[in-house]
Structures are given as structure tokens and as C-alpha cells.
Write a protein that binds this ligand. Structure first.
Ligand code: DPP
Ligand code: ZN
Length: 882
């Protein structure tokens, strides 16, 4: 396998001005003709066209003349064409492909009998030979022809300019996209699809037709996605002044899709999981995810499509920025504090582990074997945190100025993260050079903060140090200090209210400031708050203003105080999490050393107060539900030393805390669950908040070992009128060995076996279950009719659910590891992207105890020794072993 390096980047010698594509879609094979107007930028160079080895090359013509064989060299990766004219010319290429056999779900393939495409990152090269790189931007015209009865709907990017009947019961459509775009944004859909329609009038008064297409039997499930699309269009105008630029916007939902969704110009293709929602089939979390992803893909029209990436190393340019935008959109549509807590939890549970493991890479990586492996939580979620830090450093207005300049400079271009950085710095006339290492350094910075108050000088001092740990290819000694915003508030110890911050390090703050933004850019730095009249409790890193691991000298009493009083919702939540984390780390050590576990009753009391807060008329119940959550096992694993983790011990410690809290707070939990059980489902924010609080209480109560608890859960399951409650009650039962569990899971299967997306929930709940010998159940589900190894959603649910289930996957005898390796090898021949994602289950093997390490390593070695291993899987496994 070949490694691609950022340092090798070269501009293309040939530009593709216009591309005329023509598809003959047939059951046996599909013929693709591509006619390209080529502009010569550098004469006499050999032209390299990417092209997958699965394609049959039928013809290559230059200016209408067949190119002689000796000027063509075909390799596994593509086609070299030499002896080209020195003046601009036309290049015509004809290929034959077999979409019906394409199980990789990249390029043109079939899903439920319909044709669809997925071209990002490198799928277009499975459709035709092309310079399949994002800096080659052209105008596309696409003609397609197919059987009219089977494929009545024919779609591509841009506007429909012609359509009609053709011979032999066929018909055709011609689509023209007026905007230049890279090949990864190309899309084609042909199928038997139903649609819903709506429209949006843009801020300059243009009417845009909006359509969502699904298979006919699902068309009643697309309304929420349509509402979300309209909200997104309005939000982007209001927030960034960005308007849609065509008269038509299509979304097509397909069942077989590797990613969540794809932002193809004016023809978004979505995993149906992120379109379909009715109260009966989708949870509140599904509704929120749909709103966020519909927004995300729509926002790409400006951040990704109008301004795209020069090369794939720049992926975070569009993804980090667009994730930041969708997070802001969701925050404005829902509760901002709760959204932030959810996003940070995800970062900690998934990105921090990646950043400290063998796959650690900067948000702008410098090398890859398969680009598909770099659609990561680092590029996306850490990338979004980096964008958010510009906003914290420059303020909302400064950030907007930077965005405006970015579009002014780069609209229609393929650019780099450096260009984004410059737009932000130049628009604000400020030196941000100390911010650059965020793009180049992997690893989560570790920040330690010491605080002190001096009554004689009336100063409060905050002393911070930062280090970035070593990551693959980057020694700790090479790492530079990096500029980060630290948002700090000071709480009056007697009232719990924020005090006004007058000045920091002699710099006067704006009148009324209660949160100062410190610019922390040295290895060690001291910040002195002046005119602080009395001792205070500091609230540090408000709103999680930088993606770091922070330790402070705040004591238990300070954290309890912040938990009760902080005006910053994120830090109010974080104070509780910090208490939980230190308790759990201590309990894990005690459990390891055979000491009896003991609950910290101050935490129990604090949690009681939090839950009691739900009785207030103006209670933020969604926040209370969040505040009740105990850090996940994966978050705890991340806090432990490499080579020491025993997942059984982590689980036991966490379970002990849950059981103690459930036992001590049982009456309150039951009362709260009851008070928040609505007589009937409504999809309003207040109702969703009540559901989450009620279901969090039920989650706690499931830790009480009493027969009436299981009985109550089953009863609630049977009476639930919506999927959120069905799933919550099923999951409350899923760890228990009891008849109620079997009854509920069977009933769910009987009710929903016809719906593949709902079946995914059924699979993942069982995969995640803590019942004894669950591996046997998971293995049996692999041959169950509800499972299909060719469908990514099913694999993510069953195998993904299994991988993140510590007791089943990390079973001491290593059988869980062997099972995962078997599945990866099977997937390797079906769908390489999905196989590589599953291989991610092994990357953190060094974290575990020596015996588990050896067992995991054995499976990694077995995988890498396998013949015909895909580059995707190879890269993950090789880097894990290195
Ligand atoms: N479709 C994926 C996303 O939107 C990749 N661009 O993030
Ligand atoms: Zn994206």
C-alpha cells in the first residue's frame, strides 16, 4: 500500500473545464461516456486519471481520435495518458461498470433496486477515469437513460434541462449544474421513488423548490427532515447571510449507505436513518440527529461546495467548520447548554481516545493510505472545536467578519486550512500565529491550573501550564505551546453570583464583564485578576472553551459550590462530572486492590438536590437529566494508565456508584419518574425534556434489584406510545436476566420486524447488553433474518454495539476478539470502509491489561497476515501494531 503525503502536493497540469457525462443504465452493465474539455496548464506532462481496477476501459479519444495503445498505461490505481496536445483539447472516455455487483457502496451502486452514488472521497474513480481530486473543478452536464417502468425518477446535480422517452421502453433526463465542482460532489439517482415537496423563499426573494425522495412505502416519514431543511436555510441566512444558489434542492434517502449523508450539489443523498422519523419509529435523539445532519449537509453548500478543499488533507476545512455550524444551528433551535454538554461528552468519549492512541493525527493530517480512514472524530469534532476557538478568541462579530472575508476571497475555489486561518486573522487585524499548532499537532493538550487569592492586594491569580503529549511521529519535545481561549468567571463565595471582572493583567475589561477570555499561549502563564474585593470560587474553562484535559486545584467543596451556583450551564454540569470522575477513579483503584467500595455521600446529596430542582416551575429538565449522567465507561478507560485497564473492574466500579445512588435516591427517582410521565406523546421541547428526565430516572431504577422494577419496566414498555419510551424501557430491561426482558424483546421484534431501521435498534440493544454470555447471543444474531452484513447500518448496530460493550467484547478468554476479527475479515471482501471502521475496535489494545493485550494483538497479527487485505483495513491494523 502506498502512502500519500501532503508535502507532495502539486497543482494539476490539466484543468477540466466542462464534463459531459452520459449513462446508459442497464441491468447487466452500465456504460459511462465522459467527454471533457481540457485546459492545458503545463505542456507535455503525462496526464494521470484515477480509475478503479473494477472498471472496463472501452475507449480513449483525444480530439475525436482513438489514442494509440502505447500512449496509455493502465495500473491498479488508474490510467496514464501521454503524448497529449499542447493546446486545449477534448478527451473522451468510455467505460463499462457493474453497479449491481458493487457492495463497497462507493461510486455507482444499487440500494433496494435503485441506482445511487457516493463519490466522496474517492468514489468517482469507480464510475469513470477522471482526475478524481478536489482541486479539479468543472461544470457537469449529465445525461442518463434507463428503463422507464423500473426507474421512473432520474436525478442529478443542478437543473433539469431536458427529458423524454427513448427506444425500448426507456426514458432519459439531462441535468446541468451551472456551478463548478469537484467530482466528489457528483451524484446520480435513478429509481422508483416517491417524493414530498415544499418550497423556501430566500432572503433576496428567490423561490427554491424542495423535494425529498424515498421509496414509496416510507414517504410518510420524511416530514421532519423537510421542516429541518427549511429551518436550516433560514438559519444560514440569518446567522451568516448565506443564501441558496439554485432553484431546486433535492434529498434522496437510501437504505445502504456507508456514511450518514452526503452533500452532493443540490442532490443530497442520505442514509435513511437520518431522514425517516415518526413518533412511533424514531426516538427524540433520532429527531435531533436528523435536524442536525440535514442542517450539516445543507450548510456544506457554502462551506464545502462553493468553497471546497484543495486536497483531502484539508478535509477539516469543510468538516470542522460545517460541524461547528451544525452545532450552532442545533443550539439555536434547542437548548444551547444541553447541546454543548452532549457535544463535549462525545468529544471525550470518542475523540480523546483517538488522540491518545495509535491513530492519533492532527486535524490536518500529513499522510494517509486510504482517505476514507480519515473521516474521523478528530477531523470532524476536534476540527469543530478549533473553529469554535476562533469564535471565543475573536467574539461573535469578529468571527463573522472572518467568515465574510473567507467567502469574499475564496468563493469558487479549492483552498486550505491556512486560507481559513488567514481570513480570520486578517479580517480582525490580529496576530494568531500561536494558534497554528492546532492544525499541525496531534494529541490533547493537558492544562493544569493553580489558583490563589491575595486579600492584601485584592488580586486573584490563576497560574496555568500546558503540555501536549507525544503522538505517533511527534515527540513531546517537538510540541509547541498553543494559543487557546480560557473563559473564566469568578463567583462570590457568599452569594454564588458572578462578580464583575474589572481587569486582568492590568488590562481593563469591558464594563459588565462576568466572563473573561484569557489568551493562554505560553507553556506557563500567570493571569492576575485585579480589584477582586473578596475571595471567590473560579469557574474555569466555561463552555469548554478549548478541547483540552484540564486539572485544577479546586477542592470538593468548590466543585459542590459550582454545581449548585455556576451561571455557566456547561461548568455547572462539569463540576458534577469532575466529582464523579475522581470518585470513580478512586473506586477503580480500590476494586483493583480488593478494597471494599464506599460511596461518597456528599455526591449523593448533591445529586439529590439536583433532582429535587426538577420540582421548580421553571426547571430545565433536559439539563437536570444531563447532570444526572455518570461518566461513561469509555470516558473512564481514557483516564486510566495504559497497560492497566480491566474492563470488568471499570464496570464494577461504575455499577457500584449507580446502584448506591439508585438505592439511596429510590423514592425521589420514582416520584420524579411519575411526575414526568406524560399521559400522551407530544413532540415539544418541554415534553422531550420531561421524557429525558423520566427515562434517566428509570435508567437509575433499573439498577435496583427488585422484581417489581422489571415488572414496572415491562408495563411501561407495553404502554409506551412512542419509540423514545419503548427504547428507554427496553434498555432498562436489557441487562437483566428475567422473563420480562424476553417478553419485551420478543414483542418489539414482532411489532417491528418489517422495519429495517427499527430493527437496528433491536440489534444494538442486544449487542450492548450486559447479560452473562452475551457473545453467544451476538453470534446468533449474525445469522438472524433481522441482520444483513451487506447493510452498513445493520453492521454498525450489531457489530458496533458489540465492540463498545466492554463485558462482551473484552471477555477474558479472548473469544470476543476472535469473533470481531472473523467479522472484519468477512467484511473485508464486501465493504472495505465498513471493515476498517470495525477494525477500529482493536486500535486501543495497549490500554488493557497484559493478558488482554496479548489476545488482541494476536488477532491484529492474524488480520494483517491475511491475503487480499484491503488498504482500508491494512492501514488501521498496521498503525495499531506500529
Ligand atoms: N458526507 C459526509 C459529511 O457530510 C462527508 N462529507 O460529513
Ligand atoms: Zn460534512
Amino acid at each position: 500500500p502506498k502512502t500519500i503525503y501532503l508535502k507532495d502536493y502539486q497543482t494539476p497540469a490539466y484543468e477540466f473545464e466542462h464534463v459531459n457525462l452520459s449513462f446508459q443504465l442497464n441491468e447487466e452493465h452500465t456504460t459511462v461516456s465522459s467527454s471533457i474539455d481540457v485546459r492545458v496548464q503545463r505542456k507535455k506532462e503525462t496526464l494521470f486519471l484515477h480509475g478503479d481496477k473494477s472498471m472496463q476501459l472501452d475507449a480513449v479519444l483525444v480530439n475525436g481520435t482513438q489514442v494509440a495503445d502505447e500512449r496509455l498505461t493502465r495500473t491498479n490505481a488508474g490510467l496514464f495518458v501521454s503524448g497529449l496536445p499542447e493546446e486545449d483539447f477534448t478527451l473522451k472516455i468510455v467505460t463499462t461498470i457493474k453497479p449491481q455487483e458493487n457492495t463497497a457502496l462507493e461510486g455507482l451502486y444499487k440500494s433496494s433496486g435503485n441506482y445511487c452514488t457516493q463519490c466522496e472521497a474517492e468514489g468517482f474513480r469507480r464510475i469513470t477515469f477522471y482526475q478524481d481530486r478536489p482541486d479539479v473543478m468543472s461544470k457537469f452536464t449529465t445525461r442518463m437513460e434507463a428503463a422507464k417502468d423500473k426507474y421512473p425518477v432520474l436525478l442529478s446535480n443542478g437543473n433539469l434541462i431536458d427529458s423524454g422517452d427513448a427506444d425500448g421502453g426507456r426514458h432519459f433526463a439531462v441535468w446541468e449544474d451551472p456551478w463548478r465542482k469537484p467530482s466528489y460532489l457528483f451524484a446520480l439517482v435513478a429509481g422508483n421513488l416517491a417524493k414530498i415537496e415544499d418550497s423556501f423563499t430566500t432572503m433576496s426573494g428567490k423561490k427554491v423548490d424542495l423535494r425529498i425522495y424515498t421509496e414509496p412505502h416510507n414517504i410518510d416519514k420524511a416530514d421532519h427532515a423537510m421542516v429541518s431543511l427549511i429551518k436550516s436555510m433560514k438559519w444560514d441566512e440569518d446567522t451568516f447571510g448565506l443564501e441558496y444558489d439554485l432553484e431546486l434542492f433535492n434529498i434522496v434517502a437510501v437504505d445502504d449507505f456507508n456514511m450518514g449523508a452526503m452533500e452532493n450539489k443540490s442532490l443530497n443523498v442520505f442514509n435513511s436513518r437520518l431522514v425517516f422519523a415518526t413518533p412511533k419509529t424514531a426516538t427524540d435523539a433520532d429527531y435531533a440527529a436528523i435536524e442536525g445532519v440535514v442542517g450539516h449537509e445543507y450548510f456544506h453548500n457554502w462551506t464545502g461546495n462553493r468553497v471546497t478543499c484543495r486536497d483531502w488533507f484539508q478535509l477539516s476545512l469543510k468538516e470542522g467548520l460545517t460541524v461547528y455550524r451544525d452545532q450552532e444551528f442545533s443550539s439555536d433551535m434547542n437548548s444551547r447548554g444541553v447541546k454543548r454538554i452532549g457535544d463535549v461528552s462525545k468529544l471525550r468519549a470518542a475523540q480523546f481516545p483517538q488522540d491518545s492512541g495509535p491513530m492519533a493525527h492532527p486535524i490536518r493530517p500529513e499522510e494517509y493510505i486510504k482517505m476514507d480512514n480519515f473521516y474521523t472524530v478528530t477531523v470532524y469534532e476536534k476540527g469543530a472545536e478549533v473553529v469554535r476557538m476562533y469564535e471565543s478568541l475573536l467574539g461573535k462579530d469578529g468571527f463573522r467578519k472572518g467568515m465574510d472575508l473567507y467567502f469574499e476571497r475564496h468563493d469558487g475555489c479549492a483552498v486550505t486550512t491556512e486560507d481559513f486561518f488567514s481570513a480570520m486573522a486578517d479580517a480582525n487585524n490580529t496576530d494568531l500565529s500561536a494558534f497554528k499548532p492546532w492544525y499541525q499537532q496531534a494529541g490533547t493538550p493537558i492544562v493544569d491550573v493553580k489558583t490563589s487569592y491575595d486579600a492584601s492586594t485584592k488580586t486573584f491569580t490563576l497560574k496555568a501550564t500546558q503540555t501536549v503529549p507525544a503522538t505517533p511521529g511527534q515527540d513531546a519535545s517537538q510540541k509547541k505551546a498553543v494559543l487557546m481561549p480560557i473563559r473564566v468567571g469568578l463567583l462570590d463565595k457568599s452569594t454564588g453570583k458572578d462578580i464583575e471582572i474589572a481587569s486582568v493583567n492590568g488590562v481593563a475589561q469591558e464594563k459588565g464583564t462576568t466572563t473573561a477570555v484569557l489568551r493562554f499561549d505560553q507553556k506557563e502563564q500567570t493571569f492576575t485578576f485585579e480589584n477582586v474585593e473578596q475571595d471567590v470560587v473560579p469557574s474555569i474553562l466555561r463552555n469548554f472553551s478549548a478541547p483540552i484535559k484540564m486539572t485544577t486545584d479546586l477542592e470538593e467543596g468548590d466543585l459542590l459550590f459550582l454545581m449548585a451556583n455556576d451561571s455557566d450551564p456547561f461548568n455547572r454540569w462539569e463540576a458534577g462530572q469532575t466529582l464523579f470522575r475522581s470518585l470513580l477513579v478512586k473506586l477503580i483503584a480500590d476494586e483493583t486492590n480488593g478494597k471494599a467500595l464506599e460511596m461518597n455521600t456528599k455526591i449523593t446529596d448533591a445529586l439529590r438536590k439536583t433532582i429535587e430542582g426538577a420540582k421548580a416551575a421553571d426547571a430545565d429538565k433536559a439539563f437536570i437529566a444531563r447532570a444526572m449522567m455518570v461518566p461513561s465507561e469509555s470516558e473512564l478507560v481514557e483516564m486510566l494508565e495504559p497497560g492497566t485497564v480491566d474492563p470488568d473492574v471499570v464496570k464494577a466500579a461504575r455499577k457500584f456508584v449507580m446502584k448506591s445512588l439508585a438505592a439511596d435516591l429510590r423514592p425521589l427517582l420514582e416520584e420524579t419518574a411519575k411526575a414526568n410521565s406524560a399521559p400522551a406523546y407530544k413532540n415539544e421541547p418541554a415534553d422531550r425534556a420531561m421524557r429525558s428526565l423520566k427515562n434517566t430516572c428509570l435508567g437509575y431504577l433499573s439498577y435496583v434489584d427488585a422484581p417489581e422494577v422489571a415488572k414496572d419496566a415491562l408495563e411501561r414498555y407495553q404502554n409506551a406510545d412512542n419509540m423514545t419510551d419503548k427504547i428507554a424501557t427496553l434498555s432498562a430491561l436489557s441487562d437483566k436476566v428475567c422473563a420480562e426482558r424476553e417478553t419485551a424483546f420478543d414483542a418489539f421484534y414482532q411489532e417491528w420486524q418489517h422495519d429495517p431501521l427499527v430493527m437496528c435498534k433491536w440489534l444494538s440493544l442486544q449487542a450492548a447488553s450486559g447479560v452473562p454470555n452475551n457473545l453467544g447471543n451476538v453470534k446468533a444474531l449474525l445469522t438472524h433474518p433481522a441482520f444483513d452484513i451487506k447493510n452498513p447500518n445493520k453492521v454498525y448496530s450489531l457489530i458496533g454495539g458489540f465492540m463498545s460493550n466492554p463485558t462482551t467484547f473484552h471477555q477474558k478468554d479472548g473469544q470476543g476478539y476472535e469473533f470481531l476479527a472473523d467479522v472484519i475479515l468477512q467484511l473485508n471482501d464486501i465493504n472495505q470502509q465498513v471493515a476498517a471502521r470495525m477494525a477500529g475496535g482493536f486500535t486501543r489494545w495497549r490500554k488493557y491489561d497484559p493478558s488482554r493485550q496479548a489476545l488482541m494483538k494476536k488477532q491484529l497479527e492474524r488480520i494483517i497476515a491475511t491475503e487480499n487485505l484491503s488498504e482500508n483495513v491494512y492501514e488501521i491494523v498496521k498503525k495499531s501494531l506500529d
